[in-house]
Ligand binder design. Structure first.
Ligand code: KIV
Length: 299
């Protein structure tokens, strides 16, 4: 089925029509193709690739070049969903010029159609500069994993009255600056609900309860592939990790027993010439023949 290409404008219209927005992360061509065929609205090449693809402890080590490499792979696969590249740690908070250039790399080199940045009111001037350069931006507030050392770990954010008020004001300032949507990560559902009613742009929740305009999950979490730890908000919609283990067990067993590959998985030599090859193989000294061939290669 060929769907219509999703745009930031259509994402906003979905909120206006009261339609939920379904989004997910992807990091490679084959997975992104399956996701794109599954009527998903938005694919984020998340900096979580640092953990689920590269095996780091958190999202801080992943670099711009690594993010661009994976964004290119995803954008080669995607025809329908909106493609959003996640700006990694230090790529947009050192200075505004660097931030705009790095955001531009996601679009120009990676093939993304928008970028996502973590932060509230304090990041608005940087977002404004990106939008002035015609780059669409998605916000991200709450538990912003690039700040885990400041938070002291992966903890629920917005749990005090002051912190909740700050999140609501951040969301409004992000909207005023021009972001097309805001990720709300790991905050109490009551605060996510207030934010969702306070802004006209869609909120996309992850660990932010059922009242957001849309949801996002890390694909390796919801498929049961990444099992190093499981936050409360993660639901396994499949057990793909177990399927992969079973498939590998079957492969190992069949190779060891000589069951796989059978002739049905093998290529046929032309029937009328196979006797000639066999006869040659029996007759000549193959080591000598190989030596003769080797001597013909210019050294
Ligand atoms: O990097 C990521 O995957 C994200 C989502 C969890 C929102 O930022």
């Amino acid at each position: 089925m060929s769907l219509q290409k999703m745009t930031t404008k259509k994402i906003i219209e979905k909120k206006q029509k009261g339609e939920k927005i379904v989004t997910i992360t992807s990091y490679d061509y084959s997975m992104a193709k399956i996701v794109d065929d599954s009527n998903i609205d938005l694919i984020l090449i998340g900096d979580t690739l640092s953990m689920v693809m590269l095996g780091h402890q958190n999202t801080l080590p992943v670099t711009m070049d690594e993010m661009i490499h994976h964004t290119k792979a995803v954008s080669r696969a995607v025809k329908n969903a909106l493609i959003v590249g996640d700006m990694p740690f230090l790529s947009y908070k050192v200075n505004i010029v660097e931030a705009v250039k790095n955001a531009g790399r996601f679009i120009q080199e990676g093939g993304a159609e928008a970028v996502k940045v973590e932060g509230g009111t304090e990041i608005c001037p940087t977002i404004r500069a990106m939008i002035d350069a015609d780059i669409e931006v998605m916000g991200h507030i709450g538990l912003t994993p690039q700040a885990i050392y400041r938070f002291g770990g992966f903890m629920v954010q917005g749990k005090t009255i002051e912190a909740a008020k700050k999140l609501i004001m951040d969301a409004i300032n992000l909207q005023e600056t021009g972001v097309f949507s805001i990720v709300l990560e790991t905050i109490p559902w009551q605060i996510a609900k207030l934010i969702t009613s306070a802004v006209d742009i869609p909120t996309i929740g992850i660990g932010a309860g059922p009242y957001c305009d849309g949801q996002i999950l890390v694909i390796h979490d919801m498929l049961g592939i990444f099992t190093d730890f499981k936050p409360k908000f993660v639901k396994h919609f499949g057990n793909v990790g177990e399927s992969i283990r079973n498939a590998l067990k079957g492969y190992r067993e069949e190779v060891e027993k000589g069951i796989y590959p059978g002739l049905e998985h093998s290529y046929e030599f032309p029937q009328n010439e196979v006797d000639d090859v066999n006869e040659w193989f029996e007759k000549v000294d193959i080591n000598e023949e190989a030596l003769k061939l080797n001597k013909m290669i210019p050294k």
